[in-house]
Design a binder for this molecule. Structure first.
Ligand code: ADE
Ligand code: ZN
Length: 348
């Protein structure tokens, strides 16, 4: 890749729409929290732990990811975790982020819902006030658990509508189709929550149809398997349904064996509202810019493609129309300035 494109990727403002805050827990922070909280980690060192980040599928990752989350105990832990993520994305010129968290992972261990939400939102407030990063918080239901557990989690969220904008669906996809959660999504919508769902990551295009038609979601997380279904592709284009694609995640979890297999360029060319995101950056080898850079390299993306992806990230967000316009104008202004710098003769 040219230094010019690399710089363009690094400096263009972007939004992140698919990030599990528990998946941003870096090994050093995991070990220091484990020590502080007296939690046992089965790996002897950070290097040992990193060596285990060698996954053959989604489930192998999830087993390690849930074990890692055990070190998060206090409100301060959730605050520190979130601040560490915000510092990382500040360097990547992410100016808006929509963060997932998995409440059931924590409430099942006796950690209060309140503890988790307060810690994360206190950090998000600092992100807004001191770091210039706006954000929304989305709570995900764990799809390997039953719908009753999701309903109980939704009950807990009803008192936090001012802090939680939406609900999502994550964890083990195969065998846990979106339709399993039809009732809880219906109730969440009635309560005013926006909706997203992981679908078409390891699961088939049929799960994407279910997320759209049964859960009525506003965004599909991953959705890369949609490319195998012509009718679905047409539907995504027609309805401007966003896909939050996570390239390094797909590579690490062997959804693709090479980033060259990722249908992302084809999706851009078909005018699907596709975005690039990091998913679980601590586990998958990179934050958002690394995802852009490695994808651009593998798929020969152009500056125009990167601009489109950056714009899509705001268009697909849960910002208001006025906020979207503000951010999109910002992207255009930086784009213009960067192009001017790379062709100084064109200034006149
Ligand atoms: N939880 C965290 N990361 C996930 C992913 N990529 N798919 C499903 N559930 C997840
Ligand atoms: Zn995810």
């Amino acid at each position: 890749m040219t230094e010019e494109l690399n710089r363009y990727i690094r400096l263009i403002p972007k939004a992140e729409l698919h990030l599990h805050i528990e998946g941003s827990l870096e090994p050093d922070l995991m070990f220091s929290m484990a020590k502080k909280n007296g939690v046992n980690i089965k790996y002897k060192s950070e290097d040992d732990l990193r060596a285990a980040y060698n996954f053959n599928n989604l489930q192998e990752f999830l087993d390690i990811y849930y074990a890692g989350a055990d070190v998060l105990i206090t409100e301060q832990d959730f605050y520190d975790l979130t601040i560490a993520y915000l510092k990382k994305i500040k360097e990547d010129n992410v100016i808006h982020t929509e963060i997932f968290f998995d409440p059931q992972t924590h409430t099942a261990r006796g950690i209060g819902f309140d503890t988790v939400v307060k810690g994360i939102t206190r950090a998000l407030h600092v992100g807004k006030e001191q770091m210039g990063i706006s954000s929304h918080l989305i709570m995900c239901f764990l799809r390997h658990l039953d719908e009753q557990s999701a309903q109980e989690t939704l009950d807990l969220a009803l008192g936090y509508k001012d802090k939680i904008i939406g609900v999502g669906l994550d964890s083990s996809e195969l065998g846990n189709p979106p339709s399993k959660f039809a009732n809880v999504f219906k109730r969440a919508q009635k309560e005013g929550f926006l909706t997203v769902a992981h679908a078409g990551e390891e699961g088939p295009a049929e799960y994407v149809w279910e997320a759209i038609n049964v859960l009525n979601v506003m965004r599909i997380d991953h959705g890369v398997q949609s490319i195998n279904d012509k009718k679905l592709v047409a539907e995504l284009v027609k309805t401007r349904m966003p896909l939050t694609v996570c390239p390094l995640s797909n590579l690490k979890l062997k959804v693709v064996s090479d980033l060259k297999e990722l249908p992302l360029k084809r999706m851009i060319d078909k005018n699907i509202l596709v975005t690039i995101n990091s998913d679980d950056p601590s586990y998958f080898g990179g934050y958002i810019n690394q995802n852009y850079i490695e994808t651009a390299e593998a798929l020969n993306l152009t500056k125009d493609d990167i601009l489109q992806l950056a714009k899509n990230s705001f268009t697909a967000s849960f910002l208001t129309d006025a906020e979207k316009k503000y951010y999109l104008d910002k992207v255009d202004a930086v784009d213009k300035e960067l192009r001017k710098q790379s062709h100084p003769a064109n200034i006149m």
